[in-house]
Design a protein around this ligand. Sequence first.
Ligand code: NAI
Ligand code: MG
Length: 353
Amino acid sequence: MKTYRIAVIPGDGIGKEVVPAAIDVLNKVALLDGRFQFEWTTFPWGCDYYLETGSMMPENGIEILKQYDQIFLGAVGMPELVPDHISLWGLLIKIRREMQQSINVRPAKLLQGLPSPLRQPNGFDFIVVRENSEGEYAESGGRIHSGQDEIAIQNAIFTRKGTERAMRYAFELAKARRQHVTSATKSNGITYSMPFWDEVFSEIGKEYEDVGKTSNHIDALADFLVMKPDNFDVIVASNLFGDILTDLGGAIMGSIGIAPAANINTEGVFPSMFEPVHGSAPDIAGRGIANPIGQIWTGKMMLDFLGYEEAGTHILNSIESTLTQGIKTPDLGGTATLREVTDAVLQYLESVY
Ligand code: NAI
Ligand code: MG
């Protein structure tokens, strides 16, 4: 039997509630499947740790994490006590950057049992591949002078390596899906980086003859995702465009509480990190009513990544069965608790194996 050593960082707020729920589900799947098991090691890093020690993780935190196969993270942030730039850059973004998790993968799919806020949803199922290490979020630029003469410069950095990597990841993903990649561009307004982005899309696209290709300007794409989201399969986007499109994806699914994500180290030299899209939700933390689906679906993405796609499909089916039965947390208009949703998922899993 294969054993996976997973570093667990529940983090703050509802992270501490949804992570144990998702671990219950992953342990159950492992037990029922029988081919693999998980060995979880939990690290209490986050804002509480910061308040005690003055840093979000120990100095050798990254070295510690490198010893694990993958990282399973909840959410980070306690904005009333610790400024967000300290908590996010001190843990989450530090891990993403130092572990070279250069691709962020975020699916958006209309689940059975959930109405979309869109008026005429025909269903949709697309994945955004977001460049996660450079682009508009590169730390390059500066501010000089002050007052009337002040100048702020922010450079967007697009390397050939990083851009090709994102494109290839998207095309490979599309090959295993519905064979279409849409590139999010803005080469009619951004004069250097986006024409370059288009060129690389077209060059890498030539390696994938059977995959359909479309290039859409980001403004039109935002429109299409609302008007005809069923047109999309895989969307490849820069760091900023991908950030915005994936929040839109979460919204049209019905709640940010269900949206999953993965930060991938494509070379496999360091662990990848699996974390839902949502944050620590301080407004509902500690009440047992957080929606665990985002974290559970994130666990499904980890299983897919490890090569157990069938087990991952069972998890998604269990989530849909739970929603169809009307077992929903308050963010989806229901009255169920986190525990009730988790138990319903566990129960359905028993029945499919
Ligand atoms: P948030 O995602 O934590 O919450 C936004 C809204 O969605 C809130 O009303 C919350 O109750 C609701 N919500 C989120 N997840 C939910 C779930 N699973 N079930 C039910 N309702 C859910 O975003 P917000 O409020 O902007 O940020 C709170 C803290 O989280 C901040 O410190 C922020 O920096 C941090 N954050 C961390 C992220 C991460 O660790 N990846 C991502 C986004 C925010
Ligand atoms: Mg965002």
